[in-house]
Design a protein around this ligand. Structure first.
Ligand code: ACO
Length: 332
């Protein structure tokens, strides 16, 4: 059986850092509240005019270089994002053009904080049906939809991009082993951006009502995220005959340290098995998982053959987990 293996991972965050102390100057908040309630100390913010495709290109060009891949050999580019450069054309099309991936097709998908999982599953299916080189990007420029007068949301998010290369492996021990993915649209009212789509096209009124920014009912999202990330992580391990002890690294979506602590504890992980970098980046939405994978690979916290477990929860609601064995395995 052909499986999709992650054969390279890179990431990019903008240079500008916004600390909690910077936010103290914008809204009625303080470093102690933000650190104790979320675990976030700082986040990276895109430069003026720097959009999701720009950050993605930084990550993807590095990915091509590090994996020795020619842009013209890429078969497809899938981009998970809720902050595309524009509603259309897709960010994937913009990246394709900027990197010169002349033979690639591609598309964006909107899965919010679970978007990278959804895109990874899509990319894996393409590899299993004959594509040889698929790039999967998770990117969000959250600063472009944040209301910096709303302390409930503006402290939580940052900007960033991550990219992986998927290639076939015939080694049944390697690659993406399984996924559990869910959507429950009854959560749509708890986390959304109300205007700018076909329901409420942009008008002076929608701008005045600040409806082009993120709205979140933090407490409802918090409860569901803690429960569902723990459950889906435990379920995928049980389904595949593994326990938490078998996992090399657990990479949870970075929305709130307290959500991660609950999910990791309930699923049975020890602290050293859990990737935690929310202090440096905040919640970068679709980018948190590839940012996390890139970090553990560069810091050599995982080695070839280790089990990696991703889990995420986000707007929709969307949630899920993906289990994979890291490394190239034998080429398919
Ligand atoms: N600084 C100081 N006080 C604040 C701040 C702030 N930045 N933000 C809120 N508060 C206040 C509130 O106004 C409230 O005051 P009140 O009691 O006088 O009304 C008090 O702090 C407590 O507010 P809570 O909402 O109960 O705080 P909580 O501990 O729940 O933390 C948070 C809020 C951090 C938003 C949390 O609920 C959370 O992380 N939720 C989940 C986020 C998430 O997972 N999002 C999903 C992904 S996002 C995506 O998909 C795009």
């Amino acid at each position: 059986m052909i499986r999709a293996a992650i054969t390279g991972v890179t990431s990019y965050v903008p240079k500008k850092v916004m600390t909690n102390f910077d936010l103290e100057k914008l809204v009625d908040t303080n470093d102690e509240w933000i650190v104790s309630r979320t675990g976030i100390r700082e986040r990276h913010i895109a430069a003026e005019g720097e959009a999701s495709s720009d950050m993605s290109v930084q990550a993807v060009e590095k990915l091509l270089k590090e994996t020795g891949t020619k842009a013209e050999d890429i078969d497809a580019i899938i981009v998970a994002t809720v902050t595309p450069d524009m509603l259309f054309p897709s960010t994937a099309a913009l990246i394709q053009n900027k990197i010169g991936a002349t033979k690639a097709w591609g598309y964006d998908l909107s899965g919010a904080c679970s978007g990278f999982l959804f895109a990874l599953k899509s990319g894996s299916s393409l590899v299993q049906t004959g594509h040889k080189k698929v790039i999967v990007v998770g990117v969000d420029t959250m600063s472009s939809i944040l209301d910096y007068t709303d302390r409930n949301t503006c402290i939580l998010f940052g900007d960033g991009a991550g990219a992986v290369l998927l290639e076939p492996t015939e080694d049944e021990n390697y690659g993406i082993i399984d996924e559990l993915l869910f959507v429950d649209g009854s959560g749509a009212d708890a986390l959304n951006m109300k205007a700018g789509g076909s329901r409420k096209p942009a008008t002076h009124e929608t701008v005045d009502a600040r409806e082009h920014f993120i709205y979140q009912d933090g407490r409802s999202v918090f409860k569901r995220a803690s429960m569902d990330m723990a459950q889906v992580s435990a379920d995928i391990l049980e389904k595949n005959g593994f326990t938490a002890e078998d996992v090399g690294i657990f990479i949870p979506h970075q929305a709130n340290k307290r959500i991660i602590d609950v999910a990791a504890r309930k699923a049975g992980f020890k602290d050293e098995q859990v990737l935690l970098n929310i202090d440096k980046y905040g919640n970068t939405t679709a980018a948190t998982l590839p940012l996390g994978l890139d970090e553990v690979v560069r810091e050599k916290r995982i080695k070839d053959g280790d089990l990696v477990l991703f889990a995420a929860f986000g707007a929709g609601y969307t949630w899920g987990s993906i289990l994979l064995r890291y490394g190239p395995g034998k080429k398919g």
